[in-house]
Design a protein around this ligand. Structure first.
Ligand code: ADP
Ligand code: MG
Length: 432
């Protein structure tokens, strides 16, 4: 891994076998300490041929000249980062997920503009701010960009960024340990609370209750709340009405799949981050073939970069075709269609296709329908939305629920597991 922002790292001292590297941005410092220690140490040892240790230090530590091991928690800089209090649940912010590295397109313009406004004037512009959209479309990126921009604009702010599951785990362990007041202290004394993947609140009654009070307490104090979710508030299954209405009283913005031009721009930006030059025709080639989500675009760059390193050849169209082309097109040739999935499943269970697409919820229909969705998710490249569309216009949360349900039912039910395996074999035999 290599990043453009590595250029800002300054070697400051080499003493006692330790190479000190100064990192001025707190978010970068934390990221390097947690994720990059080993790689930098290995590189330093390889280059010098000596058993050096590498240590990343911030400006404060450098000024005070104290060793990193005693750098106290809870300094001003720590506060401007995230976490504090519960390091085990702390979510690391990636320096890559900044506004500078976020490509704006028609599908995310509003969400981006609102995120920038929230970072500039937390608690004022849009409160709460609710971002929703499919997987890999930049929700986490925007949340982390808000953290970075807000703390840069005002280093004194206390910002807490956590996944919904992190919130839940901390809540449950606080209940168990009888430490609710510490828990409330942690979540209610912040200037900005960002909770990622809030759809995980679905079905969690007690956590929802606590979340509701956390929300109210922050909201009444004029503190900023930002949440992301894979569905709009009203589409999150089993979410209390009063929470839905709280979410809806702020700004609800969605992020949608990027169009071709945005995909090209994202590819160029991601390549730039890695200091790769991606010729226009290569970017267009990738963007034409990969239209599902941004994470897959990144995966394509990684593959191409890998092959280029391996072969020692420059990145051009031929190399890109070699890295992806065959795989993409042959995948396409062998992918089952949704119609084939429906045919296979209806034949197996003796139900009618029209029943699968109907609103009927009886188990004899609901299960085959869920299996179809699971198969479609696993063996086609359709998005959750598209799959829902095929099955009687259901929304993507229904599909997601079906996929999870099949996965967990298979674990408990051997005969279902056997059926699904048989269906999978039949399907792959048809589309081979
Ligand atoms: P989500 O949280 O919505 O599932 P992420 O924020 O994790 O998605 O995004 C997945 C990847 O795609 C990340 O590497 C992110 O940087 C990248 N990405 C998504 N949207 C954009 C965008 N508009 N510009 C640049 N990168 C993006
Ligand atoms: Mg995310």
């Amino acid at each position: 891994m290599c990043r453009r922002w590595f250029d800002d790292i300054v070697p400051v001292a080499l003493a006692g076998g330790t190479l000190q590297l100064l990192v001025r941005e707190p978010v970068q410092l934390k990221y390097l300490q947690k994720r990059c220690q080993r790689q930098f140490t290995e590189a330093a040892q390889a280059i010098t041929g000596r058993l050096l240790a590498v240590r990343f230090v911030g400006e404060e530590e450098l000024e005070q000249g104290r060793p990193a091991s005693t750098a106290a928690n809870g300094t001003a800089r720590d506060k401007a980062g995230v976490g504090g209090g519960a390091p085990e649940e702390e979510m690391l912010i990636s320096p890559d997920y900044s506004f500078d590295n976020f490509i704006i397109g028609p599908g995310n313009r509003l969400a981006h503009a609102a995120a920038v406004a929230v970072a500039q004037k937390p608690g004022w512009a849009y409160n709460p701010f609710f971002i929703h959209g499919g997987v890999g479309l930049g929700k986490t990126h925007l949340l982390q960009a808000i953290c970075q921009a807000a703390s840069r604009a005002n280093p004194g702010l206390s910002i807490y960024y956590v996944s919904c599951n992190g919130f839940m785990t901390q809540f449950l362990s606080a209940v168990q340990a009888g430490e609710m007041s510490q828990f409330r202290q942690r979540f209610r004394n912040v200037d900005i609370l960002l909770i990622d993947d809030v759809h995980d609140l679905s079905n969690r009654d007690r956590t929802q209750e606590e979340f509701f009070h956390t929300f109210n307490s922050l909201y009444q104090a004029g503190k900023q709340i930002v949440v992301s979710s894979d569905a709009a508030p009203k589409d999150i299954p089993d979410l209390e009405e009063r929470i839905i209405s709280r979410f809806n009283c702020g700004l609800v913005a969605d992020v949608q799949q990027p169009g071709f031009e945005t995909r090209v721009a994202i590819l160029k930006s991601k390549a730039g981050l890695r200091q790769l030059s991606l010729p226009d025709d290569v970017a267009a080639y990738i963007a034409e073939r990969i239209d599902t989500n941004v994470r897959e675009l990144e995966g394509a760059i990684t593959k191409i970069q890998g092959l280029s390193n391996l072969n020692g050849s420059p990145i051009d169209l031929d190399l890109a075709k070699l890295a992806l082309g065959d795989q993409v097109s042959s995948n396409h040739a062998h992918l089952p269609t949704i119609q084939e999935i429906i045919d296979t499943v209806t034949r197996y269970y003796g139900v009618k296709p029209s029943e699968l697409l109907s609103k009927r919820r009886h188990k004899s229909i609901a299960l085959p329908r869920q299996i179809c969705m699971w198969l479609a998710r696993k063996h086609t490249r359709h998005s959750l939305e598209e799959i829902g569309g095929y099955f009687g216009g259901r929304d993507h949360t229904t599909v997601m629920h079906a996929v999870k349900a099949v996965k967990s039912k298979r674990q408990d039910d051997g005969s279902l597991d056997h059926d699904v395996n048989a269906l999978e074999r039949q399907l792959l035999a048809i589309s081979a």
